[in-house]
Design a binder for this molecule. Structure first.
Ligand code: IFM
Length: 442
């Protein structure tokens, strides 16, 4: 398996999941701070108050990245650190944190990729309706512009939003994520305004004419396959495919929502103003693909959505209950290329949670994650070999962290984190990845 010399080998994180100290140095509260402090929302009552204490340990964490041999690192900026109320007055101390982090990465020879929105909307903006308010698109573009001006000279890769589908579905439709809403109308609005926010941010980026910097969006994708040839199973698989894989990408690349979903949601369909699709379609430089699993779907009349995921006998499942299906990475990358053309792609997330525990010698042996990594890299390589313009791979995650509604119960990291002592430890998967990267770069 030989990847191109310029390939980026990275790991990814997100602000609320690792930083801790969410209100330090003048930062405003985010919806995740508020949500995690609402009883009953997060497993074991966990919060991101301390998380991996990366806010104070970022230098040590860069050192770990160096030991892993990473040449890229994807992280997100907490909007409310920089703009405590989401707009208006800038919190210089918050901005300085990210400047120090970026400079530290560059000194270590690690290319930064910034995600501008990884789910932690400033709480004050939620009080105004959050993403369900159309103005949120403008607030986001203003914040994005501030970040381009502050760090555009040093950060070559920018992603507007992380997994807008998850925000829309889990945050506004099913209520498991912040802001915890269950409102189909608000969900459809939130989805549309995120697309608009993305488009406006890309326009702002272009207006800044930043040399040598690129912008894209990160979406969660995966094959949605029917459990049988029956027309009903095929129908639900098509529905899920349109919902998960096409709902955000069709507007960005084709300027329209998929009909299947628009018909399905009927009166709740987003209101698209005349100029919206032109803004949303502003060309991007790359697409970030987060791949974890596939869904095998069967029709089920007793389910509110009319479908259920069918367990695959004999297959390995992660702690998240996700089937390990490496071929799906190849399948989805080929599908993106066939559907949307030769857009450069980064695998911006791919990883697995397994029940890791240090042994008597204080080592964390995680052979399942090593296998997972290897198998997915093989599929990435296969896609590259078959003509997919793949530019880099970011493992999720650099270290164990706050896994949203699951708190600290799911460990995805290449680094094991002892949340009592904040000690980091390289798992065998970290050692494996480091060796793999070293071979690639030799
Ligand atoms: O931890 C998350 C991340 O924030 C977004 N993508 C999926 C990961 C695992 O659930």
């Amino acid at each position: 398996m030989r990847f191109p010399k310029a390939f980026l080998w990275g790991a990814a994180t997100a602000a609320y999941q690792i930083e801790g100290s969410p209100l330090a140095d003048g930062a405003g509260a985010s919806i995740w701070h508020r949500f995690s402090h609402t009883p009953g929302t997060i497993l074991n009552g966990d919060t991101g108050d301390v998380a991996c204490d990366h806010y104070h340990r970022w230098q040590e964490d860069i050192e770990w990245m160096r030991r892993l041999g990473l040449n890229a690192y994807r992280f997100s900026v907490a909007w409310a650190r920089v703009l405590p109320t989401g707009r208006g007055v800038v919190n210089q101390k918050g901005l300085d944190f990210y400047k120090r982090l970026v400079d530290g990465l560059l000194r270590a020879g690690i290319t930064p990729m910034i995600t501008l929105y990884h789910w932690d909307l400033p709480a004050e903006l939620q009080d105004l309706g959050g993403w369900a308010n159309r103005d949120c698109a403008k607030w986001f573009a203003d914040y994005a512009c501030l970040m381009f001006r502050a760090l555009g000279d040093r950060v070559p890769l920018w992603a507007t939003l992380n997994e807008p589908w998850v925000v829309m579905a889990l945050g506004y439709l099913w209520g498991q994520h912040a802001p915890g809403m269950r409102d189909i109308g608000a969900a459809a609005k939130a989805g549309h305004h995120m697309l608009l926010a993305h488009g406006k941010a890309v326009q702002a980026f272009r207006a800044e004419s930043i040399p040598n910097a690129q912008i894209g969006i990160v979406t969660n994708l995966g094959p949605q396959q029917p459990a049988s040839d029956s027309p009903q199973d095929q129908m639900v698989a098509t529905l899920w495919h349109n919902f998960i894989n096409r709902y955000f990408l069709d507007p960005i690349f084709h300027g329209e929502y998929p009909d299947t979903i628009i018909n399905f949601i009927g009166e709740f369909a987003p209101k698209v103003a005349p100029d919206d699709m032109r803004i949303i379609q502003t060309p991007i430089d790359f697409l970030g693909v987060n791949y974890y699993t596939r869904n095998v779907l069967a029709y089920d009349a007793s389910d509110p959505i009319g479908s259920r995921t069918v367990h695959q006998e004999g297959k390995l499942y992660t702690e998240m209950g996700w089937e390990v299906y490496p071929e799906g990475l190849y399948e989805i990358l080929k599908w993106v290329q066939a559907e949307y053309g030769d857009i450069p792609i980064y695998i911006t997330e791919n990883g697995a949670a397994f029940p890791d525990t240090p042994n008597a010698q204080g080592e964390v042996d995680d052979p399942l994650r090593v296998e997972y990594l290897k198998a997915h890299l093989e599929q990435a390589h296969r896609a590259l070999h078959d003509g997919v313009p793949l530019k880099g791979y970011f493992y999720w995650s650099l270290m164990d962290n706050f896994e949203w509604a699951f708190g600290y119960s799911k460990r995805f990291g290449l680094l094991y984190v002892n949340f009592e002592t904040q000690q980091r430890l390289m798992k065998s998967s970290g050692h494996w990845y480091a060796e793999f990267i070293a071979k690639q770069r030799s």
